[in-house]
Structure formats: C-alpha cells, structure tokens
Design a binder for this molecule. Sequence first.
Ligand code: BT5
Length: 235
Amino acid sequence: MLSLKTSIIGKKVIYYQEISSTNDVAKSLDVEEGTVIVADRQTKGRGRLNRKWISPEGGLWLSVVLKPKVAPQDIPKIVFLGAIGVVRTLEELSIPGRIKWPNDVLVNFRKISGILTEKVGEKVILGIGINVNNDAPENGIAVKDVLGKEVSLVHVFKILLENLDELYEIYLKSPGTIVELARELMILNVPVKVLGNGEVVGIAEDIDEDGRLVLRLGNGEIRKIIYGDVSLRFL
Ligand code: BT5
C-alpha cells in the first residue's frame, strides 16, 4: 500500500472515483485531524471566489482536514504551507515551481497547481489541485507537459503528503517559518495588478511576516494587501 511516513497527514485516506468537490466532503465529514479526501475526478471543483477548478481524471485533487491549535492570525498561513508542499513535491520530480501570491504554483509562468483553504469551526480544510497527467486548461500546465511523459499519480500523492506532514509540524511549532519559506519561493519584484475592491497597479516587492503582499505603487507609496478577496495579475 502507500506505506506513508507521516505522523499526522494521511493517517486516514478516503478515496472517491468521482465527487463534487473534495473540499465540500472534507467540510461535511466529522473526521480526525490529518484525514485526506482524494478523488479521481471532481464534478464541482472550486477555486477561490466561486471560480471553477477544472478537475478531470489524471490530476491530483485532494483535501486535508487540519485542526490546528494556533492563534487566529496564523490560520491564513496554511495556504502557504500547501504551496510550499507542492513546490517541494515538484522539485522531487525535477520541476522548478514558484509561488504566485497568494495561492498558485506556477511553472514557466503557467498554473500547475492551486490551493483553496477554508475554515469551518475548528477545522481548516487545505484543498490542493495539481495538474499531473491530465490535459491542463488554457494557460495552465501539467506535470506531463513539463516532463514529456506521464508519472505515477500515487507516487506524486505520496510525496505530497509526506512534504505536507513535514511542513505542518514546522507550522505548528513556528508559523512564521512557513511565511519565510514561502517568501523564498515567491515570484517577487514584478509589476502586478491587484483586483478586488477596485484595481491597484504596482511592483510586488515582498511579503511581510503575516504573508501580506507588499506593493510599491507608482508614486513610491507602499501598500500592504491582505490575502482575502483579491486576485493578482502579472503585467
Ligand atoms: C485556485 O483558485 O487556484 C484553487 C484551486 C483549488 C483546487 C482544489 S482541488 C481539490 C480541492 N477541491 C476543490 O473543489 N478545490 C480544491 P483560484 O485562485 O480562484 O483559481 C481559479 C482559476 O484557475 C480559474 O478561474 C481558472 O482560470 C484557473 N483554473 C481552473 N482549473 C484549472 C486547472 N486545472 N489548472 C490550472 N488552472 C485552472
């Protein structure tokens, strides 16, 4: 079987051939921390802000149920934990991924993975989608496109869970370390447009210790953007 070397994440794995959204199942089930919901296909895969996440067979679509006992301001950092886990997993496949703030992983500036975190009561659902052997939608990219061949989905699943487990231990001890690790992998010093409550254009200079995007506007003013209902476009 999987022979997972993890202490929390993946102690229990629930598998579906097809499901609406693994995040929805994870939200509705009363399960222990570390339980992973995984599906071959999602019929209602979701992104942020009610956007659609295309999830055909061949990709990795999963949600991890976490119950972190941390300060409320540390909860949003879990999205970075997911993104770092994906980058580290890609690295083991010799693929160089970078994080696009706040929740995307890109390869050659194309989206290979997206993260959706949701909080329900004491649970935080960490949903991760990675294009692996599926055809990625336009502007996306899949592992098979980068490597020129298909890879074992089970292998990718296993190393992702092991990476997430290691990162979760770090996170529980020191949430700030996760932000530091994410910062090293983030695409920064590029012109961006932030869309949300209106539009702001500037240079994505950095992220601060809470994971907020530090944006330098044309007039030199610094603005900090909170991870929330905003989207980022590279210019
Ligand atoms: C995300 O949202 O990137 C979060 C995606 C999370 C998906 C996982 S899969 C397991 C779990 N169950 C779920 O239902 N969701 C999670 P966002 O930043 O809003 O990006 C959404 C946008 O990405 C869409 O509007 C499309 O432009 C693009 N997109 C959709 N499907 C894609 C795919 N398979 N690959 C690359 N880009 C995609």
